[in-house]
Design a protein around this ligand. Structure first.
Ligand SMILES: Cc1cc2nc3c(=O)[nH]c(=O)nc-3n(C[C@H](O)[C@H](O)[C@H](O)COP(=O)(O)OP(=O)(O)OC[C@H]3O[C@@H](n4cnc5c(N)ncnc54)[C@H](O)[C@@H]3O)c2cc1C
Length: 226
């Protein structure tokens, strides 16, 4: 734990005052904090705690490396311990942030000259949002699986030609069906690097499909949320 001494008060530098809570759907929201006091690489995650609560959870960083603010994208899990509490937070509340953690993210040597395919379910799109904001000009395709098109979090930040929204419960995305249905019928160039993020079922099934298409473990990177 680190501290800043400021005349009469001592501030724990792991605490951040919430600048805003932006509700995107009834369940999903962005927690907006002041710019992080630590450098991070797009794709990494942090742990978040609420002042006065003993539990914490991991969240991918949603904002870009150079954004003047720091954001996470959270979905309230019904019956969950922590995410429903996060949803009740208001501007000015204190949260405790530790990190950054993890190695999920694109490799420096691949930034130029390689195509990246990002495959996400739900809020698993968060690290890719950070990556796309951090590295303008990156060659990528983002395949995002959600139930309804209104869950296309951050869609406005992606080049529409690089974004495929797969909706499993309405027909208003670019593809009707699950991400895995999209992958089965898709064709990919041989030198692509894949990044998968979200729930373990989606990741496991997607890996099997990519394996059948001839891609090996070295070309597939994963971040499992639950
Ligand atoms: C590296 C990492 C990064 C993560 N990043 C994010 C993120 O950016 N945004 C985000 O919303 N979550 C993210 N998570 C999940 C997050 O840490 C919590 O698990 C989630 O918020 C649920 O916490 P909870 O206390 O409400 O539920 P808990 O009481 O801990 O768990 C209740 C149940 O919900 C399941 N569960 C967890 N997440 C979900 C989900 N999204 N949908 C349905 N069921 C779920 C758990 O497996 C468990 O069975 C991440 C997890 C990891 C490991």
């Amino acid at each position: 734990m680190s501290f800043i001494m400021n005349e009469n008060i001592t501030i724990d530098t792991n605490y951040y005052k919430l600048e805003d809570v932006v509700h995107l759907t009834p369940e999903t929201f962005i927690l907006k904090l002041p710019k992080s006091r630590f450098p991070f690489r797009a794709g990494q995650h942090i742990t978040l705690a609420i002042k006065g609560d003993y539990q914490s959870r991991e969240y991918s960083i949603y904002s870009g490396e150079n954004d003047p603010y720091f954001e996470v994208l959270v979905k309230e899990v019904e019956g969950g311990y922590f995410s429903p509490k996060l949803k009740t937070l208001k501007k000015g509340d204190l949260v405790e942030v530790h990190g950054p953690f993890g190695k999920f993210g694109i490799e420096e040597k691949h930034k130029e000259g390689r195509k990246h395919v990002f495959i996400a379910s739900g809020t698993g799109v968060a690290p890719f949002h950070s990556i796309v904001r951090s590295y303008p000009g990156l060659d990528y395709e983002l395949i995002h699986g959600v139930r309804y098109h209104k869950e296309s979090y951050g869609k406005e930040n992606y080049n529409s030609e690089c974004y495929v929204l797969c909706t499993s419960r309405d027909n208003e995305g670019n593809f009707s069906g699950r991400v895995t249905d999209y992958l089965k019928q898709a064709t990919f160039d041989k030198d692509i690097i894949f990044y998968l993020c979200g729930n373990s079922d989606m990741i496991f099934d997607s890996m099997e499909i990519l394996k059948e298409k001839g891609f090996g473990r070295d070309e597939i990177n994963c971040e499992v949320y639950f």
